[in-house]
Design a protein around this ligand. Structure first.
Ligand SMILES: Nc1ncnc2c1ncn2[C@@H]1O[C@H](COP(=O)(O)OP(=O)(O)OP(=O)(O)O)[C@@H](O)[C@H]1O
Ligand SMILES: [Mg+2]
Length: 355
């Protein structure tokens, strides 16, 4: 199975396999945009996935099976993503007059120059991005390679869940694709703008910077809501499941806000600042026009306001479903609440439409 981030997969499920859950989303193109046709978030047991590694493929597969069943979808194919840390990407130049099969052959021949693994052990794919700015008569080609085991674990889990993997994408590129669903939230639709999407999940935080709607920078680090969950478990003697639930619905003693939540909120601001510094030190400019927060930790009240105030950059929370009609059997409020944590699923689901 190849890493297939450039193929087209009409009518497929976007399947984000995360630290906490399996997120399933299916979109259908409409005249004005997209419609949500199926959606489920199925929780995973603790440690089934550890920092993006599938530790318990069977448990993930069973969760996928439950998600598919609950969603009511009849689609049997899906798109999944691997995190960028599992992928090596490189932009190379190729003559612009090569036919697709010629380019394929030439890249297969030359790939070992760019990829530090034995080629039998990797899944390789490429995508022609457009005319090269650096060389006449050449096109820029994005080459991506992931070790086969990363792809195979996800394929195996999907198979247990009854799904066939048609596309394997790379997380930051799914976010780039998903940006079209949130572009109405940012100045000038992101055209000529520098937009930082900061996704604070359960175990990982990632920054993707888009300039003029294209991905220019990405970085991920282990940080997320799991730290807060663990602190709640320790302090209040709760199980993983209960701690996860009270974070959302409340019911903790009065000192929770000042002694646990508030310090975590401060940590999030610090992390946001660090991520931006990483970007600034790698980039010729040192500003972003807008921060878009994503991930489940955006559910922490006041966090966007605090980041905006301390960092001084306008900050909003991603709301990908705000302009989308949803099927009558879809829990619309839950979908909206989960929206900020569904960007990767959105980008994957869009691969199943005419992007
Ligand atoms: N209302 C809320 N208040 C505080 N934390 C919340 C809220 N809702 C969700 N979370 C936390 O957000 C985290 C889950 O976010 P998200 O779904 O983005 O992560 P993930 O995609 O599963 O994980 P990762 O991206 O790290 O693999 C969990 O730690 C969860 O407890
Ligand atoms: Mg996530």
């Amino acid at each position: 199975m190849a890493l297939k981030f450039s193929s087209n997969g009409a009518g497929l499920i976007g399947l984000d396999i995360t630290a906490t859950s399996v997120k399933l989303l299916e979109l259908k193109p409409t005249k004005k945009g997209h419609k949500v046709v199926s959606y489920t978030v199925e929780p995973l047991p603790a440690n089934a996935v550890n920092e993006k590694n599938l530790q318990d493929i069977e448990a993930v597969g069973e969760a996928i099976r439950r998600a598919v069943k609950r969603s009511g979808t009849r689609t049997k194919t899906c798109a999944v993503a691997v995190p960028s840390a599992m992928v090596i990407t490189k932009v190379i130049q190729m003559p612009d007059d090569l036919k697709p099969h010629e380019m394929d052959a030439q890249i297969q021949l030359e790939a070992d120059q760019y990829i530090p693994y034995a080629l039998e052990e990797v899944n390789l794919d490429f995508d022609v991005m457009g005319p090269s700015e650096d060389a006449d008569g050449m096109v820029d080609v994005l080459l991506a390679a992931s070790r086969s085991e990363n792809v195979e674990d996800r394929t195996a889990a999907a198979e247990i869940g009854g799904l066939d993997v048609k596309i394997v994408d790379v997380e930051p590129y799914t976010l780039e694709g998903a940006f079209q669903l949130i572009s109405h939230q940012v100045p000038n639709q992101g055209i000529d703008q520098t937009i930082a999407i900061l996704d604070v999940g359960a175990s990982m935080t990632s920054l993707c910077v888009l300039r003029d709607q294209s991905l220019v920078y990405t970085r991920e680090q282990p940080f997320g809501g799991k730290q807060l969950t663990e602190e709640i478990m320790r302090r209040y003697g709760l199980s993983y499941e209960d701690a996860g639930r009270v974070k959302r619905v409340g019911g903790l003693p009065d000192n929770y806000e000042s002694e646990v939540l508030s310090p975590f909120r401060d940590l999030m601001v610090q992390q946001a600042n660090r991520f931006l510094q990483f970007f600034f030190s790698a980039d010729k400019n040192d500003y972003v026009d807008q921060i878009v927060l994503a991930g489940g930790c955006t559910g922490i009240p006041g966090v966007a306001e605090l980041i905006e105030q301390r960092i001084g950059t306008p900050t909003i929370i991603a709301d990908p479903f705000s302009e989308m009609p949803v099927g009558s059997d879809i829990p619309a409020q839950r979908l909206k609440d989960d929206g900020p944590a569904m960007l990767i699923a959105c980008g994957l689901a869009l691969r199943g439409t005419d992007r």
